[in-house]
Design a protein around this ligand. Structure first.
Ligand SMILES: CC(C)(COP(=O)(O)OP(=O)(O)OC[C@H]1O[C@@H](n2cnc3c(N)ncnc32)[C@H](O)[C@@H]1OP(=O)(O)O)[C@@H](O)C(=O)NCCC(=O)NCCS
Length: 376
């Protein structure tokens, strides 16, 4: 084992207030470790922050690694000092104070095969061993590989996977990859993102995948009549959900879903690169030359009990980013928006869509709206 450089912990992550309290709690734990001659190794998000100093990450808890044989010694002192702890069956000892958590992971269980050329992390007057940058990259690679299987079946797993992946990219100092539809086919999580609704619920926005058929069917079947009246790009049935999930083709139509932590689909956005002849003709009248398979049209819908919860805004904002990355110039609406749908008109205008013209179709009066992106 070799300890060479000192890395000084400086600056603050995004969740500064909690972080400041967490570091104070951590220093107390380090004092206890010192008293009983235990020398844990810092890894996880604190180590990522120490190496990258990136202000956009959250540090919600502190992870340490130590031989599991030391757990009883730590527990004895915690009991004497009356500090709350929890022994988890996944070989982790958690020390808790209100919303703060410092976790000792079993080195035998979680840190085998990681390099042991540690660094020293300096936190004010405290020093603690820290996994080397190469070791940390390896630790994140293992964690990502272990999680990938579960990310499509469980939104919580998907959110954790995204967080890990973000930190891994920071460690590797990777530039955001150039996004293409082909790359999305290989790795749909390339365009996945995590968000928080008005009511505090965490949600995941990602492409629809084959395994979503059942959840997607329940979502479509659950839409109420007043919503169905405004959204009708295809039939809204379980059968159609199955059919769509079995024939996904991201090169032609990218279908994205918003999923809550109960694994329910609560929003659906179509981003279609297939434009109808009728759309192209109408746009010629507006003097806009749409390009087949290069420009795109959208159709969003949110589950009735989630409407007005910001869910639609999250989907649209992310879809615009995706469209921008895919070098789309004109983003138009599937078949316009009904003139009476004042909420949707406000919603599109909020994101920069502008009205082009009006047309009648199947007995409704509709408005074409377009967002012009800064792409050629
Ligand atoms: C349109 C839709 C996708 C928007 O999603 P959402 O989650 O409800 O929307 P958000 O909460 O993100 O935003 C709604 C905005 O409309 C505003 N709004 C609500 N009711 C409104 C109304 N009657 N008139 C004008 N604005 C209204 C809200 O205040 C909010 O604006 P703000 O962000 O400036 O405060 C969703 O309501 C929906 O699925 N509607 C039914 C299907 C539909 O109309 N699809 C569009 C077809 S073109």
């Amino acid at each position: 084992m070799r300890i060479d450089k000192n890395i000084i912990l400086r600056g603050f992550p995004r969740n500064k207030d909690k972080y400041v309290r967490l570091i104070e709690f951590f220093k107390e734990i380090l004092d206890i470790c010192g008293e009983i001659d235990i020398h844990p190794v810092v890894d996880g998000s604190l180590a990522v922050f120490a190496y990258t100093r990136n202000k956009n990450i959250d540090i919600n808890d502190i992870d340490l690694s130590i031989s599991e044989t030391k757990f009883p010694k730590i527990i004895r002192v915690l009991k004497i000092k009356g500090i709350k702890y929890r022994s988890r069956d996944f070989h982790v000892l958690e020390i808790i104070r209100n919303d703060l958590k410092v976790s000792f992971g079993s080195a035998e269980q979680w840190s085998t095969n990681l390099p042991t050329d540690y660094q020293t992390l300096q936190i004010d007057n405290h020093q603690v061993k820290m996994l080397s940058l190469a070791g940390l990259v390896k630790q994140y690679e293992h964690a990502l590989n272990n999680r990938i299987e579960k990310v499509y079946g469980d939104a919580c797993e998907g959110i954790k996977y995204l967080e890990l992946r973000g930190k891994y990219k920071l460690l590797k100092m990777e530039k955001p990859p150039l996004i293409t539809r082909q790359k999305i086919i290989i790795d749909p999580f390339l365009i996945a993102s995590e968000h928080i609704l008005k009511n505090g619920d965490r949600v995941l926005f990602r492409p629809l995948v084959k395994n979503d058929a059942i959840a997607f069917g329940s979502f479509l079947e659950g839409l109420k009549e007043e919503t169905r009246d405004k959204f009708g790009p295809h039939s809204l049935t379980t059968k159609e959900a199955k059919n769509i999930c079995n024939t996904l083709n991201y090169l032609e139509v990218l279908r994205l879903v918003l999923i809550n932590t109960n694994q329910e689909i609560i929003g659906y956005m179509i981003l279609s690169f297939l434009l109808r002849e009728s759309q192209v003709l109408r746009y010629q009248i507006y003097k806009i030359q749409l390009r087949q398979k290069r420009d795109a049209c959208i159709a969003p819908v949110i589950a009735d009990n989630y409407q007005n919860s910001r869910a639609g805004s999250i989907m649209l904002e992310e879809t615009i980013k995706i469209a921008h990355n895919l070098k789309i110039k004109y983003l138009i609406l599937w078949q316009g928006v009904q003139q009476t749908n004042t909420r949707a008109i406000h919603y599109y205008e909020k994101f920069g869509f502008r009205k082009n013209g009006e047309f009648d179709r199947y007995g409704t009066h509709n408005i074409d709206m377009t967002l012009t992106l800064n792409n050629h």
